[in-house]
Ligand binder design. Sequence first.
Ligand SMILES: [Fe+2]
Ligand SMILES: [Fe+2]
Length: 322
Amino acid sequence: MLRRTLARLLLAAPALPLLGCNMYTSSCGPAGEGTGEPSKVNQTFRIADLQLADGGTPEPGASCEQLCVLAAPQDNPPGPCSLQSGDGGTPETVTCTVTFLCEGRRPEGLLSDGSVDGRVSALGALFASMAHLEAASVPAFERLARELEAHGAPARLVRAARRAAADEVRHAQAMGTLAERHGAPVPTVEVEPFQPRALERLALENAVEGCVRETFGALLAGWQARCAGDSEVRQSLARIAPDELRHAELSWEIDAWALSRLDEAARRRIQEARREALRTLQREVEESVEQEEFVRLAGLPSREQARKLVQGLAEWVITAEA
Ligand SMILES: [Fe+2]
Ligand SMILES: [Fe+2]
C-alpha cells in the first residue's frame, strides 16, 4: 500500500524532457533534539548574482546580513555569515547559513552537520551534504540491526536492516562521486558512541527518521530520478530510489512490530512523535531555500510540489495509523 501511495504521488513528477521541474535544494545536517529543527548549512553565493526586489544590485558596502537576506530570503533574520574578497580586496562572495530540506535516516547522536567549508559551488555543497547524510545512514542501520536482534525482532527485519546499511554505503559513494565532480569534499560523519536503548526509544527514532524522513526521502529520490536535468544525477538517483522505497517499507514493518510489543501509552507517544515529525517536515518545506540553479540539474520538486508530497505522505500516515 505504501508502494502504491508513493507511486501515485510520484505520478505528478514531470518526466524529462519536460521542463518545469522547479527544483529545490536538499541537504542534510544533524537531527535536532527530538523531532529536530530544520537543517542549516553554509552556502556561498556570488554577490554579482544577487538582485534586489526592484531588479537593482546591492550597494557596494552591503553587509553579509543584508546580502544573505537577498540570497536566502527564507532565512530572515539571517544566521552567521561572512564576506570573501577577491584579489582586488572587494567582496565577491558571501557565505550564508541557509535552511535546507533534509530527507533520510539520521542516527541519534549525529554530531557532524554535513556543511562544507570554503568556496564550493551550491551544487557541490548540495551533493556533499547528501553524501554525508547517506554515510550517516550506514551507522543508523547497523545500529538498528544490532538493536532489533537484541530486542528479539524477527530475523528478516534484522537481515533487511543489514542490507539497508550496505545500500547506504553505495548511496554515499554515488553522492560522493557527484560532490567530487563539483569539487566539494564530503564532510566526515561523526556520531556519539551508541548506548543500548529501550525498545520505545528505538521505535521513536524509527517513527521519525524512518516512517517520516526516510519515506519522504524515498519520494524525493523517485522525483529526482525523473526530473534531474543532469543525466548522472538522474542515473544515480534511479539506482538509489528503489532502495529507499525498500527502506521506507522496512521502517513501517519495524514500526508495526515494535508497536505490537509496547503498551498503549508508548504507542501514543510514538504516534505523536511521528505527527510532530510531519509538522517539522512541513515547516522545512516552507523554510528551505529555492534556487533556480538546482531546478535544471538536481531534480528536486518545487516548494509547491514538495507541499503536495508532504501532504500526501501525511494522509498516508493517518491511514496507516488507523
Ligand atoms: Fe540512502
Ligand atoms: Fe535509506
